[in-house]
Ligand binder design. Structure first.
Ligand SMILES: NC(=O)c1ccc[n+]([C@@H]2O[C@H](COP(=O)([O-])OP(=O)(O)OC[C@H]3O[C@@H](n4cnc5c(N)ncnc54)[C@H](OP(=O)(O)O)[C@@H]3O)[C@@H](O)[C@H]2O)c1
Length: 256
């Protein structure tokens, strides 16, 4: 447990650190004196966020990589660093097609990012932090991970996987001085959501989300941003036919 993020170590690894919530994490960590390795696919946004981090007095390293293709480059870029914090943020690859009508390879892409790459990074970095006896892991989750949904069923299932895995890690790493948190987001105004053309009325601001996440990092295993815990409780409840169908009806009304 640490009062500021700099207590975890000099460097953070942020997947999806180029924009939205990931970039907000990078800026706020930089303001606390923590440097970042930023991972994303698009070079321009990466370079821009890296410049902002440097402007705040911290260092930045960028890795232009598609996490669905493997995590080797990302791990290699952190090997020589005093890495104290992993922020697993990239993950809004929801594809958005009904399961059987969608392309299986596209569904696999959601799993490649949110399950395979996430698991690999948690295993590698979690092991490093455990051996070091100090560190933090923050996994960015979604309310979608509490309930089956139309069109994003694989994404919702992958986010549920992340949450349960994170809870287990919290138990396992707590005795070794590593804070672990699953940070559950509701609708948040990120570039990815804006590009997707979603209606974003009332969406959270990425800076507020990152601030709340860093404040709660030592209080795992799960924190719901913006007071969504009550809804998460409802979505986890029974009977499942009422909960799943009721939530689907609510979403259809919201987006019709
Ligand atoms: N925004 C919301 O309303 C919302 C709601 C609930 C949960 N969340 C969660 O919040 C997190 C961030 O979401 P977001 O809305 O900012 O969208 P996102 O699509 O996860 O994008 C965030 C960052 O991830 C990078 N990224 C995406 N796919 C990648 C890949 N395959 N390999 C490497 N980097 C990749 C993006 O840069 P590039 O595109 O350049 O790669 C960007 O820097 C996700 O885990 C999502 O599940 C978001």
């Amino acid at each position: 447990m640490t009062a500021t993020a700099s207590g975890y170590g000099a460097w953070a690894l942020i997947t999806g650190g180029s924009e939205g919530v990931g970039a907000a994490f990078a800026r706020q960590l930089a303001a606390q004196g923590v440097s970042s390795v930023l991972v994303a696919r698009k070079a321009e946004a990466l370079a821009q966020t890296a410049a902002e981090v440097r402007g705040l007095g911290a260092q930045a390293r960028t890795v232009q990589a598609d996490l669905t293709q493997g995590i080797e480059d990302v791990l290699a870029a952190t090997q020589d660093l005093d890495l104290g914090l992993l922020v697993l943020n990239a993950g809004a690859n929801s594809y958005g097609h009904d399961f059987v009508d969608g392309d299986l390879d596209q569904h696999r892409g959601v799993v490649d990012l949110n399950v395979t790459a996430a698991m690999g990074l948690l295993h590698a970095v979690g092991g490093r932090l455990k051996a070091r006896g100090r560190g933090g892991i923050l996994v960015v989750g979604s309310m979608a991970g509490y309930v089956g949904q139309e069109r994003i069923s694989v994404y919702a299932a992958a986010k549920a996987f992340q949450r349960i895995l994170t809870e287990g890690l919290w138990l396992e790493l707590r005795p070794h001085g590593v804070d672990v948190l699953h940070l559950v987001l509701g609708l948040t105004r990120t570039p990815a959501m804006e590009r997707a053309g979603l209606r974003l009325d009332g969406a959270a601001d990425p800076e507020d989300v990152a601030r709340e996440g860093l404040e709660q990092l030592a209080h795992g295993p799960v924190h719901h941003v913006g007071g969504h815990q009550r809804s998460a409780g409802h979505l986890s409840g029974f009977p499942r036919d009422e909960v799943v169908a009721g939530h689907a009806d609510m979403l259809r009304r919201l987006y019709s």
